[in-house]
Design a protein around this ligand. Structure first.
Ligand SMILES: Nc1ncnc2c1ncn2[C@@H]1O[C@H](COP(=O)(O)OP(=O)(O)OP(=O)(O)O)[C@@H](O)[C@H]1O
Length: 466
């Protein structure tokens, strides 16, 4: 994203020679440059263009540089403005900084000096744009890649997400690895009223033990060797939003005590500081370990367990909800990153996918489908495209059909009943059905046709409580 983002630069100065010089510098930095000879002309130009950065002289015509700056900030709050000033007007330059100018440069300046300021401004603009882009992407992904599944177990989880999305209550999510704990935590955050606030995910299991405290709570300059400047911790970064503490069971006991204090006092103390900082953070913790057994054997603090465990959400393993496998597969095939909408799974391959036990749960299924899509011929996923452990489950080609396990009729039945049940639940609302099934519109229409599903009939049946 950063590489493609070309900065739009506007120079505002009444001296043509300065404008020419600045445009030449802007060009060497790869900017898209434009110019205006007065503040009025620049404001008129802003009606049709929105530069990312502006360099403006302080003394130009009738409108003062300060008024110009104030108008730009009002019109385009994300545009960065630097001020050029003569030697005598440094005070005004300082005033302009207070009003939100990025920096100032005194005339005459050296080319290198101006280049550095412009580069820094461009970097800031790119970072802000990138953050915005990432946030949007996460939101879009949340919309597109919601929690897929229509089994009763996953529907219970979705109901919990709905109930908890706007509260600040600590939540503990329990489930095997790859069952979607982080996805559910993100849904609780991004679907609720705090969605615009930060969501910070921390994998407690992968933090270096000696650095966990400073990572979580920050540190002061000189707090330890290598702490050359103060650093904000992840709790402060999540202020106002949610911190997701994954693999909480991996946290060493001394850190568990410190975390408990943070939860009780709602303040953190950076390493090396004698002052605490207030934080307002909603904690969602997750574990694939049995924490209750942990406190009984002394590896997890009982008081912390009860603090975190105000509400528990249990995520079922994939083998407990095999009926969701077809819609998850379709979801992974259809999503834009796979770029393979329309790929079908052969019934032999589907049979293996349904029989397998999925110890790595949805993550393993996701990897398996990604691999199969990449290896496959672009039209179908067959047994040969699956990992060896799944191929072993498939009956040999040309061998007589096995009687146990799922045959293709079972699979079609599962799919038909799943789609039917979803329509019953949503009362014929195709948009909602699409979300719950996690498949594309085209696939849904294909399946409705193939299974001859009468949506209006099911909707009426649902409405009349049949
Ligand atoms: N119900 C679901 N619908 C769609 N995708 C899912 C679902 N559950 C999990 N996934 C996907 O499976 C992958 C693993 O999920 P996630 O990282 O949330 O699991 P986890 O339980 O937090 O794993 P771990 O315990 O290993 O950290 C992710 O890519 C996620 O998007």
């Amino acid at each position: 994203m950063t590489d493609d983002y070309r900065i739009r630069f506007l120079i505002v100065d009444d001296q043509q020679s300065i404008r020419k010089l600045c445009i030449a510098i802007g060009n060497t930095l790869g900017f898209i440059c434009s110019e205006a000879e007065s503040a009025e002309a620049a404001l008129a130009a802003l009606e049709t263009q929105s530069p990312d950065i502006i360099l403006a002289d302080l003394r130009m015509g009738e409108l003062s540089g300060i008024d110009f700056l104030a108008s730009v900030k009002k019109l385009l709050p994300r545009t960065e403005v630097a001020i050029m000033t003569g030697y005598g007007s440094i005070e005004t330059a300082v005033q302009s900084m207070k009003l939100g100018a990025y920096d100032y440069i005194t005339k005459p300046f050296r080319v290198e000096e101006l280049k550095i300021i412009l580069q820094r401004m461009a970097e800031k603009v790119r970072l802000v744009a990138e953050n915005h882009f990432l946030r949007e992407r996460v939101n879009t992904e949340m919309e597109l890649h919601g929690i897929v599944g229509s089994s009763a177990k996953i529907q219970d989880v979705l109901r919990m997400v709905g109930r908890l999305k706007d509260t600040r209550t600590p939540v503990l999510i329990c489930g095997e690895s790859g069952t979607g704990k982080e996805l559910v935590a993100r849904a609780m955050h991004f679907r609720g009223g705090f969605a615009k606030r930060p969501f910070v995910a921390v994998d407690c299991g992968s933090l270096v033990p000696t650095l966990i405290e400073s990572e979580l709570f920050g540190h002061e300059k000189g707090a330890f060797t290598g702490a050359i400047k103060p650093k904000e911790g992840l709790f402060q970064a999540a202020n106002g939003g949610t911190i997701f503490l994954d693999e909480i069971g991996e946290l060493p006991l001394d850190l568990q005590a410190k975390l408990l204090r943070v939860l009780q006092d709602k303040q953190v103390r950076p390493v090396g500081s004698n002052q605490s900082v207030k934080v307002d953070v909603r904690v969602i913790a997750a574990t694939n370990r049995d924490l209750e057994a942990g406190y009984k054997t002394g590896t997890f603090r009982k008081d912390l367990y009860f603090r975190l465990n105000v509400v528990t959400v249990y995520l079922p393993s994939l083998r407990e909800r095999k009926s969701d496998i077809p819609s998850l597969i379709q979801h992974f095939i259809d999503r834009p990153s796979a770029g393979r909408e329309g790929v079908e799974v052969t019934s032999q391959a589907m049979k293996s996918l349904m029989q397998y036990d999925w110890p790595g749960n949805v993550r393993e299924l996701e990897n398996c489908i990604e691999r199969a899509v990449a290896l496959g011929n672009g039209e179908v996923i067959d047994v040969d495209d699956l990992p060896p452990s799944l191929q072993a489950m498939a009956p040999k080609k040309n061998a007589p059909a096995v009687s146990e396990g799922y045959d293709s009729t079972d699979l079609e039945d599962i799919e038909r009943t799943t789609i039917q049940r979803v329509f019953d639940q949503v009362g014929g609302d195709k948009g909602l059905a699409l979300k719950m099934l996690g498949i594309s519109r085209a696939t849904l229409y294909r399946k409705i046709k193939r299974y001859n599903i009468d949506i209006s009939r099911t909707a009426r049946a649902a409405a009349s409580g049949e």
